[in-house]
Write a protein that binds this ligand. Structure first.
Ligand code: NA7
Length: 529
């Protein structure tokens, strides 16, 4: 039976673009379907003011092409969304990717035809294509979460979601603005919105930890040094749990004398960024150690925020690093502005949104614009929006009704020839996404090449291998404090979502080793037919 493409790739973010490039190089045919009108995925949709990557630009970049590394100039320590989107577009042009991408087209359904051993894919534009393989590259944080707050549709002014921001600039000058949420998107955008708005009211359900970015323009001499030693830097990053090249202090926080501990925290704080969590090796393993870091950040809030009641309300109570740590520029300082009000809604949900604002804790708040910085249905949201059906017509959403189960976070029993780039059960969101994406893409491309060489047309994990991997993912999660709080890592932000720690937290090096062993043992854990 003839087939339209070797592979259909879903999404033209960094995962989909590199997948297309690699498959082409190996002589496979592929078609990418992308909902947006351009490439870039996360960086296409998240255009809110202040959107930046929290991994340094020289590390949050592709490493598959030395020429690309050398020719691209990052201008800031942490790249802005527009700069990352320019980079994505540059990659699309440089590798001539657009001709195989259908934009403004969503995959509606993908059904595995067991008789013909191929996938039948349908789009929302009515396209029907067949492919031997379906490879999802839909991103982990790409299905925006709009909470079901009563009255949301009644609001008369514009409502914006940080995860689906308008393409044209939104100017809050002279406007009163309400923001719901204090996650990373809110923490990045609040300082900028506050500078524009007449008044900004922030509704905070959970106070969050953030560390200063100390963002700055990149010194050309530093860039020259990085370019001269990219290979070594990438290699070092590959040996780190998060795939980011920063130094992890092997000491225990609680076993370190107070003054020395404070010096280490202070040094990391002054340097800025996510490396703060690498101040000591046991911050996510021991409650006591974690508390020392949490207390340090709380002391910083006390130093910065002038109004003691506001400072108290901004003080996070939970474990630091349990929800994803944020990286900010001037977040706490923003609450010293006379035009910014913090409303603590930790003890009572918002009652309702009204035509002119919202009602919380028995009080009405009025504003012209509403910003939902309310996050995403993470890791499984985008995947399960598509009607994906495997053997026997079983839907992935039913298969995963009690939480996602996969082999290596890449494949699922009952769904032959389906690969999920940075899927649940892989390190993904706990790591620098770019190297994790490249590792998955390389695994998939090499796998398809091996199957072609063997004359095999179907690959599917076996139940025992999947169960064993799910066990490993769960065991790794149980060791860390990260699985203990109500974060999007465990699906707690979405009412009714099963509570499962979704990413693999054993670290990138262990994960890469597991994948390499599978390949070395002739795709151990898979049935080839
Ligand atoms: P996050 O981190 O999920 O933050 C969402 C925020 O919205 C968080 O403060 C939530 O409070 C809040 N939220 C969600 N629903 C509600 C309702 N119904 N009422 C009040 N507050 C609500 O999403 P972001 O977009 O900021 O960041 C996502 C990731 O992108 C981030 O981790 C980085 O990796 C980049 P909660 O904490 O659930 O109480």
């Amino acid at each position: 039976m003839s087939v339209d493409f070797d592979a259909v790739i879903v999404g033209a973010g960094f995962g989909g673009m590199y997948m297309l490039h690699r498959l082409r190089h190996k002589g496979f045919t592929a078609r990418v379907f992308e909902a947006g009108s351009g490439v870039g995925g996360t960086w296409y949709w998240n255009r809110y003011p202040g959107a930046r990557c929290d991994v340094e630009s020289v590390q949050y970049s592709y490493q598959f092409s030395a020429e690309l590394e050398q020719e691209w100039e990052w201008t800031e320590r942490y790249a802005t969304q527009p700069e990352i989107l320019r980079y994505a577009n540059h990659v699309a042009d440089r590798f001539d990717l657009r001709r195989d991408i259908r934009f403004e087209t969503r995959i509606a359904a993908a059904v595995f035809d067991e008789t013909a051993s191929l996938w039948r894919v349908e789009t929302d534009k009515g396209d029907k294509v067949t492919a031997r393989f379906v490879i999802t590259a839909m991103g982990c944080l790409s299905s925006p979460n709009t909470p079901k707050i009563p009255g949301l549709a009644d609001f008369k002014g514009p409502t914006y979601h940080t995860g689906n921001w308008p393409h044209e600039a939104v100017d809050f000058t002279g406007k009163t603005v309400g923001v719901i949420g204090t996650g990373s998107s809110a923490i990045q955008s609040i300082p900028i919105m506050a500078r524009q708005a007449k008044h900004l009211t922030v509704f905070q359900r959970t106070a969050n930890y953030t560390v200063p970015a100390h963002n700055k323009p990149l010194d050309p001499e530093y860039v020259r040094q990085v370019k001269a030693s990219y290979r070594e830097m990438r290699q070092r990053a590959r040996t780190k749990p998060a795939g980011i090249d920063f130094t992890i202090n092997p000491a225990s926080a609680i076993a370190t004398p107070d003054e020395e501990r404070r010096r280490e925290f202070e040094a990391r704080w002054t340097y800025g960024g996510l490396g703060f969590m690498a101040s000591f090796s046991d911050l996510l393993l021991s409650d006591e150690s974690n508390k020392t870091a949490a207390d340090f950040v709380r002391s910083k809030i006390r130093e910065v925020v002038k109004d003691p009641a506001t400072a108290e309300a901004l003080m996070p109570k939970n474990i630091i690093g349990c929800k994803r740590l944020c990286v900010d520029t001037g977040y706490w300082e923003t609450f010293n502005r006379p035009n910014v009000t913090l409303v603590d809604i930790s003890d009572e949900p918002i009652e309702r949104v009204t035509a002119s604002g919202l009602r919380a804790k028995g009080k009405d708040y009025g504003f012209d614009c509403l910003v939902l910085a309310t996050g995403f249905d993470a890791m499984t949201g985008a995947l399960l929006k598509v009607d994906i059906r495997g053997r026997g017509g079983v839907a992935l959403k039913d298969k995963w009704s009690e939480g996602p189960k996969s082999y290596l976070g890449l494949t699922v029993v009952g769904f032959p020839n389906l690969f999920t780039i940075t899927g649940p059960g892989s390190p993904s969101v706990l790591t620098n996404m770019l190297p994790s994406i490249e590792q998955h893409v390389d695994f998939i491309a090499d796998c398809l090449e091996t199957l072609r060489a063997k004359g095999v047309s179907v690959i599917e994990p076996v139940e025992e291998a999947q169960e064993a991997w799910v066990g490993q993912v769960g065991n790794a999660a149980n060791i860390t404090l990260r699985s203990t709080c109500s974060s999007w890592y465990v699906g707690a932000n979405i009412p009714g979502k099963p509570r499962v720690f979704m990413p693999y937290i054993g670290g990138l090096p262990a994960y890469i080793a597991a994948c390499e062993t599978v390949v070395k043992n002739d795709y151990e854990g898979f049935a080839l037919a």
